[in-house]
Design a protein around this ligand. Structure first.
Ligand code: PLP
Length: 227
C-alpha cells in the first residue's frame, strides 16, 4: 500500500506542477468505503490524514474503532436528512449537500452541537438522471439560500462526473465546475468561501488537478478494487 500511495502522491504532484499549481494546494482524500479499519490504519502509517466515507453506519463503526483524532473524516456519499445528526458528529467536511432541506437539517443538528459544519455543495454537472447533486443552473441560488444558515460554512463545490474510460472526456465537466466556482466567487456572497473543488477519482484525478481540483477522492488506486 505504501508504494501505491507514494505513486499517487507523485502523480498528483506532477499534475499540479505541469499546470503551474502548487502541489500543496491539492489534498488527497483516501476513500475507504468497504475498506477495513486495519487497512485504514496502514494508510495512516504512510502519512494519509484525510479519509472519505460513503455510508454513515459503516463509517461510524470504523471511525470509533480507529479512534485517532489526528485524522480528518469527510462524508462523500448520498445523505438522507435522518442521518444528519450522525454526520455532524463524525465528519469535518460534508461533500454532498444538494438541497436546501438537507442543508437546513444539517444546520439544525450542528446548532445543537454548537458546531460550525463545513460543507461542499454537490453539483450534478452533466445532469445525469441517476446522480445526486443540484443542477449547475440552480447552484448559485442554493448557495445563496444556504448562506443564511448560521451553523454551516460553505467551502466550495463537489462533483461526480459521468464515467469514461478516457479521462480526457471528463475534462469539460471539470472545467465547467471550476467555472461555476469562479462565478460564485465573483458574486461575493456573505459567509461563503469558494476555495475548494472536490473532483477527480482513480481514473481521472490528474485531469481534475489540471482543471483546479483541491481535493481528489481516490479509493481503488490505493486499496484495490471493491467487490
Ligand atoms: C467510491 C468513490 C470515490 C473513489 O472512487 P475510485 O474510483 O475508487 O477512486 C470517489 N468519490 C465518491 C463520491 C465515491 O463514492
Amino acid at each position: 500500500m505504501k508504494d501505491r500511495i507514494e505513486k499517487i502522491r507523485l502523480r498528483m504532484e506532477k499534475a499540479a506542477l505541469s499546470c503551474g499549481r502548487d502541489p500543496l494546494d491539492v489534498s488527497l482524500v483516501a476513500v475507504t468505503k468497504t475498506v477495513s479499519a486495519d487497512n485504514v490504519k496502514a494508510a495512516v502509517g504512510t502519512g494519509v490524514t484525510i479519509f472519505g466515507e460513503n455510508y454513515i453506519q459503516e463509517a461510524m463503526k470504523k471511525i470509533d474503532e480507529i479512534d485517532d483524532n489526528r485524522l480528518s473524516w469527510h462524508f462523500i456519499g448520498h445523505l438522507q436528512s435522518n442521518k444528519a445528526k450522525y454526520v455532524v458528529r463524525y465528519f469535518d467536511l460534508i461533500h454532498s449537500i444538494d438541497t436546501l432541506k438537507l442543508a437546513q437539517e444539517i444546520n439544525r443538528q450542528a446548532e445543537k452541537l454548537d458546531k460550525i459544519q463545513n460543507i461542499l455543495v454537490q453539483v450534478n454537472i452533466a445532469m445525469e438522471a441517476t446522480k445526486s447533486g443540484v443542477s449547475s443552473q440552480d447552484t448559485i441560488s442554493l448557495v445563496r439560500e444556504i448562506s443564511s444558515l448560521k451553523n454551516l460554512s460553505v467551502k466550495g463545490l463537489m462533483t461526480m462526473p459521468p464515467f469514461f474510460n478516457q479521462p480526457e472526456k471528463v475534462r469539460p465537466h471539470f472545467k465547467h465546475l471550476a467555472q461555476l466556482k469562479d462565478q460564485i466567487q465573483r458574486e461575493s456572497i456573505e459567509h461563503i468561501q469558494m476555495n475548494e473543488l472536490s473532483m477527480g477519482m482513480t481514473g481521472d484525478f490528474e485531469v481534475a488537478i489540471e482543471e483546479g481540483a483541491t481535493l481528489v477522492r481516490i479509493g481503488t488506486a490505493i486499496f484495490g478494487g471493491r467487490s
